[in-house]
Design a protein around this ligand. Structure first.
Ligand SMILES: [Zn+2]
Ligand SMILES: [Zn+2]
Length: 302
């Protein structure tokens, strides 16, 4: 597997002088299998535009599985700018979690392409595009490629992916934050119920354990790490994103071999990410797990 980052930012594209090094595009990851010439794309953020241009330069018909983590805008906004979608020879199988029972994946993604927002309608896409709704399940994509999915903890339905091929395991876990106890834990509070508090604690621990088991022992894990622990605890609990300290610790505890810290906050500058690399990507935080902050253009070979 060759895994290439085309977009690493959360929320909104943020091009500019302070983001040149790590990149300013929103999530898009290319997973290419050279010996069988198969292509999986994870997420259709603004990075997908450049991947599309690159695929055009490779001069072959595009046949790809496009796996969406979820349908927040930063993960689908690149699709109307994906040039291969306008070509008749292209075949895209798009998979994603169905968020609203009455709105299909096609409506959610294709809904960006109405005249109100965009000059071309979805119906004008010449490619063969098929849409599939996903739950927690296992998909056999043929040629020995197995894809497993896992629900994460985000304000909308969101899936992590586990791709297994020839004894190698590659996982994604974004956008997500650790599950918390949803019951009142302060014994002084007038609605405090000791039994509920204890049960809530147990549920959160078990749900977090299930996500960790999903990526346990992975050769490579890409994990939401938008905030530092301090930022998270001060302002962002419940926003659906993880903090770096938690991610490093969880990856280390679960024998992940290589970890990409991902979904950088759009406010984070190159200088800050360099400083954070110094601080976090070492034995103190990550133990044996090799870690780095994801950068556009970077390729990981498994
Ligand atoms: Zn996001
Ligand atoms: Zn999101």
């Amino acid at each position: 597997m060759q895994i290439k980052f085309w977009g690493v930012r959360g929320s909104i594209p943020c091009p500019g002088a302070s983001t040149v090094k790590y990149g300013g595009n929103t999530p898009c990851i290319e997973v290419y299998f050279p010996e069988i010439d198969r292509l999986i794309i994870i997420d259709a953020g603004s990075g997908l535009r450049e991947l599309g241009n690159d695929l055009m330069a490779r001069q072959k018909q595009v046949e790809a599985h496009l796996l969406l983590s979820h349908t927040h805008w930063d993960h689908i906004m690149g699709f109307p700018f994906f040039v291969p979608a306008y070509l008749p020879g292209t075949h895209i199988r798009m998979y994603g979690p169905a968020t609203y029972e009455d709105e299909s994946l096609e409506q959610v993604v294709g809904g960006q392409m109405t005249y109100r927002y965009f000059p071309i309608r979805e119906a004008e896409l010449a490619a063969n595009i098929q849409y599939f709704n996903l739950k927690e399940e296992t998909l056999d994509l043929g040629d020995g490629i197995i894809v497993k999915t896992k629900y994460l903890n985000h304000p909308v339905l969101c899936l992590g992916y586990r791709i297994e091929y020839k004894d190698k395991v590659f996982c994604t876990a974004y956008d997500t934050e650790p599950f918390r106890n949803v019951f009142i834990t302060d014994p002084e509070h007038h609605d405090y119920d000791a039994e509920m508090a204890a049960e809530g604690e147990q549920v959160a621990i078990e749900q977090n354990k299930m996500i960790e088991q999903f990526y346990q022992g992975a050769d490579f894990l890409i994990h939401d790490s938008q905030y530092t622990q301090e930022e998270y605890e001060q302002k962002f609990i419940g926003w659906g994103h993880s903090h770096i300290e938690y991610v490093c610790d969880a990856a280390k505890r679960n024998q992940v071999k290589q970890l990409a810290l991902f979904h950088h906050d759009p406010l984070r500058s190159d200088d800050q990410l360099d400083e954070m690399t110094e601080k976090y990507c070492n034995n103190d935080y990550c133990g044996e797990t090799k870690s780095f902050f994801a950068k556009e253009g970077m390729v990981i070979e498994l």
